[in-house]
Design a protein. Structure first.
Length: 184
């Protein structure tokens, strides 16, 4: 069955390591016959949730207008959501956290267009060589997936990459592509 896959990226750095993992995952998913689109939150203007509790009061998830408006249709069409982020201070980048925070609207009782996402992935990379540095990001991702009732389909954490292109010296791109190919 063909799936609609949304890859949400969070790096402001064009063609950076996490962006390349996202592209490799998309390549694999497309080769398996799925549809995939990337939304780069790292280059968008998206504010975080303001806890105003006015979700859906104007027939949209959020009353605040910003680039999150470009993401809502993609979220609502997706069967699978993959996060691809650089590691910033032990967690997701701020750029990807803002739209993640705004997912709150889709858990509200008055949600007018519930998400149909059932599966998720996490791709994260960072400069530190110690794999334990990713524990916070992984725990947060697992919490999100559990709360949203998504089945975690895979986590790829890649240490020791900072400069653009260093990911090429690892097997991460092949692993990310294989994750994309593995979708059924």
């Amino acid at each position: 069955m063909k799936k609609n896959i949304l890859v949400l990226t969070g790096s402001p750095r064009k063609n950076g390591n996490s962006d390349r993992m996202a592209e490799a995952f998309i390549k694999g998913a497309l080769s398996a016959g799925h549809q995939a689109v990337k939304f780069n939150a790292g280059t968008k203007k998206i504010g975080g949730c303001k806890a105003c509790k006015k979700c859906w009061s104007k027939d949209e998830p959020c009353i605040y207008r910003d680039d999150f408006d470009q993401l809502t249709a993609l979220l609502e069409e997706a069967d699978v959501l993959a996060f691809s982020t650089p590691l910033y201070w032990f967690t997701f980048s701020a750029q990807i956290l803002a739209p993640i925070n705004r997912l709150y609207a889709y858990q509200r009782d008055n949600c007018k267009r519930p998400l149909k996402i059932k599966e998720s992935f996490l791709f994260v990379c960072g400069a530190d060589d110690d794999i334990s540095i990713f524990e916070g990001t992984i725990a947060t991702y697992r919490g999100i997936a559990g709360y949203m009732q998504w089945q975690d389909k895979g986590i790829l954490a890649v240490p020791g990459v900072q400069e653009v292109g260093e990911i090429d010296q690892t097997d991460a791109l092949q692993k990310a592509e294989d994750f994309g190919k593995s979708l059924q």
